[in-house]
Design a protein around this ligand. Structure first.
Ligand code: UGA
Length: 375
């Protein structure tokens, strides 16, 4: 039997895809050729806005690994080409340098709308741009979803609950947001983005999914991100004081990025159109968190108490009963395991910077057929 006949008889209709068996490293960008049944999993054409960002790039990895044809849309305001460079040149991958504040005309059947700065220093740096991205950007993506009949998943946030008076936060809680405070550009921007989703659903029949994402961490967070996990790890690794804002008694619950990505994909492919919390309910004070990171890094850094951030939510913990019941999803990565992965990533990033690998090294002269050639 020829190998082809064997495949035909035993596996049915096959589609050849160039899909790696794991996400390639920067150094290992070659791809393996694998076969899978075209009828076992429908090939989708998802677009990921903000796909070169921290969460977006991990989501892109999962969608590519699942064999879909992925279009990443990013304006590189906080996203980086480095986060998705291992897919460049793959036949299923397209990277578009585009700001969602401008309309977009592409053919897709699912839109994961993640584009927005997410760290408080980033979104407060240019609040007008944050507002435009979350309002006009979301309108444009909903317009695209309406035109091409795509389903849109909005990456909303726990920040829609503001500084919550209900604990833990359930999806039916309306929140406690200061509409004119420094965080309002993001909090209110995401709240109106949710409103827009449901207006398009009711008026135009657009299929929407809304994920309320709680604090998330992992590799590919930017070194200058400014959120607590990357700050504490980088400070601990460099022997600098860990900067705790306020008393450190405020609480957060942190999920590892792979758990979130699995939740996003499960939600997108579910029939749940109302908002769903995605987060890890294991709650800690920020001071406990500083101690834990110090211990895991084995750092002698001190803890430094700085002034409290304005309107900083004092307690935050997701109620994830709905996600468990309706998506069969819950986080599985233990906090310490996730933190160790993030610590490993940031250690490497510091080495990478120290070795000055951002500056391309000149190529050495090559010897070919007995004579020296210079490129
Ligand atoms: O990480 C996230 O996913 C979330 O990050 C932010 O929300 P926030 O909880 O304020 O995130 P951080 O900036 O990481 O702050 C967490 C806590 O640590 C404190 N913090 C932060 C940084 C620091 O160096 N030291 C420090 O004590 C903050 O004051 C706050 O109480 C965003 O606003 C959310 O939309 C996003 O979902």
């Amino acid at each position: 039997k020829s190998p082809c006949r064997c495949i035909d008889e035993n596996v049915g209709a096959l589609k050849v895809k160039r899909t790696p068996d794991k996400v390639p490293d920067r150094e290992q960008t070659h791809v393996l050729v694998t076969f899978y049944k075209s009828d076992s999993k429908r090939i989708r054409i998802p677009s990921v806005t903000g796909g070169a960002g921290f969460v977006g790039s991990h989501l892109t990895d999962k969608l590519m690994m699942d064999g879909h044809e992925v279009t990443v849309v990013d304006n590189f305001f906080t996203g980086r080409k480095r986060n998705v460079e291992h897919w460049i040149g793959h036949e299923n991958f397209e990277l578009i340098n585009h700001d969602v504040v401008e309309p977009l005309y592409i053919e897709v059947d699912q839109i994961y709308h993640l584009a927005s700065p997410a760290s408080p220093p980033n979104y407060m740096y240019n609040p007008i741009k944050t507002l435009k991205t979350n309002t006009i950007g979301t309108l444009n993506m909903l317009g695209l979803a309406k035109r091409v009949g795509a389903r849109l998943l909005l990456a909303s946030t726990s920040e829609v609950y503001g500084d919550p008076e209900v604990h833990p936060q359930t999806e039916d809680y309306w929140g406690h947001v200061n509409p004119i405070g420094p965080r309002a550009c993001y909090d209110e921007g995401k709240r109106v983005a949710e409103t827009m989703c449901y207006a398009y659903m009711k008026q135009e029949g657009v299929e929407v999914r809304v994920a309320r994402i709680f604090n998330t961490f992992g590799p590919r967070m930017h070194m200058n991100d400014g959120r607590v996990v990357s700050n504490f790890i980088l400070q601990a690794l460099q022997g600098e004081p860990l900067t705790v804002y306020g008393s450190g008694s405020q609480t957060r619950a942190f999920q590892y990025v792979s758990d979130l990505v699995n939740g996003l994909v499960a939600l997108m492919n579910s029939n749940v159109s109302s908002p769903v919390n995605l987060g890890n309910p294991e709650e800690h004070t920020i001071l406990e968190f500083a101690q834990l990171i110090k211990n895991l890094v084995g750092s002698g850094s001190e803890i430094q108490f700085l002034s409290e951030a304005q309107d900083d939510p004092q307690k935050r913990k997701p109620d994830i009963k709905k996600a468990k019941l309706m998506l069969g999803w819950e986080p599985v990565v233990p906090l310490e395991e996730g933190l160790n992965k993030a610590i490993h990533y940031f250690r490497k990033e510091l080495e990478y910077q120290a070795n000055n690998q951002y500056i391309p090294k000149p190529k050495p002269a090559r010897i070919k057929k007995g004579r020296t050639r210079h490129n």
